[in-house]
Design a protein around this ligand. Structure first.
Ligand SMILES: [Zn+2]
Length: 317
């Protein structure tokens, strides 16, 4: 869930042949688990690239599958509902600004959003109760999306922040009014809240393309509002936090580096790009009694939750 901001600015023209395929496939839909009793969104099918094969499914069935794949099913219902609205908003935004030539979204989480069909979930040993929870999260929020100034938002989300989220500007370099740094307490129980890794000094230097000389010093030059590393100096080179995260494959930009004689210890906090909604933070808010709208409005500043039908099919005006 990153790099979307730049990409979404690039409007792609859907070519007529793709539209033809889209219409043909959509005739085969309405076979899913949640068709009978979910508020209809039949005018909004999603063209999903599922393991590189394009399939058309009902939007709410898709949302249910994203909830199943993206969030632990023991989370509170309002966290699941917040996830459902974020997933729906994300998909609708992508449909307006396609990244893929022959689909609205794909099921690769590092590109779009993860998705798992109910059948696959059951095959992997998933419980019926959890399927019902995912179904309920989509059903109870059917058609609802998050908008800012009457435009669909970039509903980015991630696992956990480490206590404070990051602004879009700090991570992607572009100011987005609703993606600001906000506190995200209560994430400490997250599976990947902290991590400590140790690697050899040679491997560390190889990863960051630095020679062995002048490696003694590591100093953080500046931090972001969200507590991540903005700029850090290692030896004679200055790196951005996002650059080091990529080079060292770190869980987040909240990290400290300790150089020992022949090894390097790296401690990180949080997991993901940390921009937008924290999934573990959403669950913590729900445990405290917040409903899904309050959760969404905490992580996406000044947004409104509206029904997409109120805005017609084009939410980009
Ligand atoms: Zn994708």
């Amino acid at each position: 869930m990153k790099k979307y901001l730049m990409l979404s600015l690039l409007l792609t023209i859907i070519i007529p042949t793709v539209m033809m395929e889209f219409l043909q496939i959509s005739e085969k839909e309405n076979e899913g688990l949640v068709q009978d009793d979910v508020h209809t969104t039949e005018n909004h099918p999603i063209l999903l690239l599922l393991d590189e094969q394009a399939v058309t499914i009902d939007l709410e069935e898709y949302v249910m599958g994203v909830v199943l794949a993206e969030m632990p099913m023991d989370f509170e219902m309002d966290a699941l509902k917040a996830q459902a609205v974020a997933a729906r908003t994300f998909a609708c935004k992508r449909r307006l600004n396609p990244k893929h030539q022959n689909a609205d979204v794909c099921n690769n989480p590092s590109c779009c959003q993860a998705y798992m069909s109910p059948e696959e979930y059951k095959k992997l040993g998933g419980k019926e109760d959890d399927l019902n929870k995912a179904k309920e999260s989509a059903q109870k929020t059917a058609g609802q999306v998050a908008v800012y100034m009457d435009e669909l938002i970039e509903a980015t989300y991630f696992s956990c922040s480490g206590g404070q989220t990051e602004s879009a500007a700090a991570v992607w370099g572009a100011e987005v009014p609703y993606l600001q740094s906000v506190p995200s307490p209560g994430e400490e129980h997250a599976v990947r809240f902290t991590e400590s890794v140790t690697m050899s000094l040679d491997r560390f230097l190889g990863c960051i393309n630095l020679s062995n000389e002048m490696i003694k010093d590591v100093s953080v030059i500046s931090l972001t509002d969200g507590g991540g590393v903005d700029q850090i100096k290692i030896g004679n080179r200055v790196y951005s936090g996002t650059e080091l995260r990529r080079l060292l494959n770190l869980r987040s930009t909240v990290f400290e580096i300790v150089i020992h004689n022949q090894t390097v210890e790296i401690n990180t906090k949080g997991f993901g790009h940390r921009v937008g909604m924290s999934q573990y933070g959403a669950d913590a808010m729900a445990v405290q009694g917040a409903d899904y709208i309050a959760i969404l409005q905490h992580y996406y500043k000044d947004v409104e939750i509206v029904h997409m039908n109120e805005y017609g099919t084009d939410l980009n005006h």
